[in-house]
Design a protein around this ligand. Structure first.
Ligand code: BDR
Ligand code: CA
Length: 315
């Protein structure tokens, strides 16, 4: 674990597992959540922004700024994942209309300004399509040298929206290509890793035993999220996005390799694929740290402990 809380900006598209990531970031004492930026992804940016505002209120973190970002991908038409996350983006969960207001500043400007004003000690965690991050890099390329690390949920050696591509990279592959070429330190947490973060029956029992307001909310999120996986024949919900927050809190629970990753933007069957040079055949320098193995027990213990001890999570 890091000694001081790690400062992060969370770029997201809530999204059921994004909601779980926001909860973990908001309540874990080793994370200092500086702001949330939203992007079109699982559902439209209007909906992801509404969900982010509602979630902040629900968690009692109304002081965290929420800035709305890009409405659509850099080049291609929007692709949504409402078939997984439901029409609202939060499955069957109904939250009251938010009182909290979105910032007047655009999400991309929030990212640029916050990084440029920093002392180089901010991690950008991106758990949706990479449109905002790419636009920020285009607007102010110096942020690549300012950001401590970009921790990304996306990619992998398999796909989940096509056989080759993971949703976040497929939704804006051109943006992912910009980000992987920017030269900043990148950690890519792809499906090989996140598919290990499975909310098994035992995990659900652990949250149920905590039995506070937020553990019950997490159980509702898991139950919604697992429906899609059960249809695919998987044993439960694989919670992708919280893995990035867990990585920021305690990277020692991940086994990672430094690898070359390039993003396919042309392939007929492979658009959005992260082409990972596992054997070093390209001899190109590595551009990403790629966690491949998760200590699942440590991950879930961290998550459950955070919720058990969270201030504001009581009944
Ligand atoms: C990613 O796609 C989205 O549907 C999830 O929120 C996650 O960020 C998994 O492929
Ligand atoms: Ca997401």
């Amino acid at each position: 674990m890091t000694a001081a809380p790690r400062k992060i900006i969370l770029d997201c598209d809530p999204g059921i597992d994004d909601a779980m990531a926001i909860i973990l970031a908001a309540y874990n004492p080793y994370i200092d959540l500086l702001g949330i930026t939203t992007v079109a992804g699982n559902v439209s940016v209007e909906k992801t922004t509404r969900n982010a505002l509602c979630l902040c209120e629900l968690m009692g973190i109304g002081h965290v700024p929420v800035a709305q970002g890009a409405q659509q991908p850099l080049v291609r038409k929007s692709v949504f994942a409402d078939y997984v996350h439901g029409d609202s983006g939060l499955g069957g969960i109904q939250l009251p209309p938010p009182q909290k207001e979105v910032m007047p500043e655009h999400g991309v400007d929030f990212i640029v300004r916050t990084l440029m004003e920093s002392e180089g000690d901010i991690t950008l965690v991106a758990i949706g399509p990479l449109t905002n991050v790419a636009l920020a890099l285009r607007k102010q390329p110096e942020i690549a040298a300012k950001v401590q690390e970009i921790v990304i949920m996306g990619g992998g050696t398999m796909g989940n929206i096509t056989p080759a591509a993971e949703f976040n990279f497929f939704a804006d592959a051109e943006a992912a290509k910009v980000v992987f070429g920017c030269g900043a330190p990148i950690t890519m947490i792809g499906l090989d890793l996140t598919n290990q973060a499975m909310a098994t029956a035992e995990v659900k029992e652990q949250f149920a035993a905590v039995n506070n307001r937020m553990s019950r909310f997490i159980l509702d999120l898991i139950e919604d999220y697992e429906q899609h996986n059960l249809k695919l024949g998987l044993a439960g919900a694989t919670v992708h996005d919280p893995c990035c927050i867990a990585y920021c809190i305690d990277p020692s629970m991940f086994e990672a390799k430094r690898l070359r990753v390039d993003i396919e933007t042309n392939g007929e069957l492979t658009y959005g694929m992260s082409v990972i040079d596992m054997l070093g055949v390209t001899q190109k320098p590595a551009n990403a740290n790629v966690p491949l193995k998760l200590d699942q027990r440590v991950f879930w213990d961290l998550f459950v402990k955070t919720i058990r001890e969270a201030n504001g999570s009581e009944d």
